[in-house]
Write a protein that binds this ligand. Structure first.
Ligand code: IMP
Length: 200
């Protein structure tokens, strides 16, 4: 019989199961729906890490809206941005760089923006992004992050919505990666330190 190497074996501990994440996404979606109902909102997904979270959250906003108001009452305009981000805890890049987006066809000036991110760690990536977006003169920018590591913060980032706070441990899954791996794990778990210290 063939044997398989499971990526799950590299996980030291599961912090948030798929069910727990799903329930939290539903709660966040309800808060977002209440805040933005009858309004227009640019929904900016930070790729690639927030891809899964953002999609699930948007789906829940729409589902809650239909359940509560019998239709879609938030005028969502999806956009995306790809940032180059550090994913090696031993070698964090100090200068995150924007490599794509937002879509030049979407006008940001005078509009409300919700930035949807996977994790705010030191806060440097988000600071860079908020400054970049600020130059487009939106009326308001709020941040929704699935995870936050408050103990690591170097710059203050106000999080209007936050899924979970985590300790200073390197986590993967549900979109979060280490060297582009583990994004597809359905849960969020702590990566075994030997995985990122030993492997190339
Ligand atoms: P910051 O600039 O330090 O806030 O880093 C933010 C980015 O680093 C995130 O968008 C992630 O891509 C990456 N990152 C930070 N911590 C982790 C982690 O624990 N697991 C996976 N990626 C992380």
């Amino acid at each position: 019989m063939a044997s398989y190497r499971c990526l799950d074996e590299d996980i030291a501990e599961i912090l948030f199961s798929e069910e727990v994440i799903g329930r939290r996404i539903k709660e966040l979606a309800e808060q977002i729906l209440e805040e933005y109902k009858n309004r227009e909102l640019i929904w900016l997904t930070v790729m690639k890490g927030a891809d899964n979270f953002s999609y699930r959250l948007r789906e829940e906003v729409a589902r809650s809206s239909v359940e509560r108001y019998e239709g879609l009452v938030v005028d969502l305009i999806p956009d995306l941005i790809i940032m180059s981000l550090f994913s090696n805890p031993d070698n964090p890049s100090e200068e995150p760089v924007t490599i794509l987006g937002p879509d030049p066809m979407i006008r940001y000036k005078g509009r409300e923006v919700l930035v949807v991110e996977d994790i705010v760690d030191r806060g440097l990536t988000m600071k860079y992004l908020l400054e970049h977006l600020g130059r487009k003169e939106p009326a308001e920018i709020k941040v929704c992050s699935l995870l936050s590591k408050p103990g690591k913060r170097r710059v203050e980032i106000p999080l209007a919505y936050c899924g979970f706070e985590v300790e200073d441990k390197f986590v993967v899954g549900f979109g979060l990666d280490f060297k582009q791996r583990y994004r597809e794990l359905p849960y969020i778990g702590v990566l075994k330190p030997e995985v990122y210290t030993l492997r190339e």
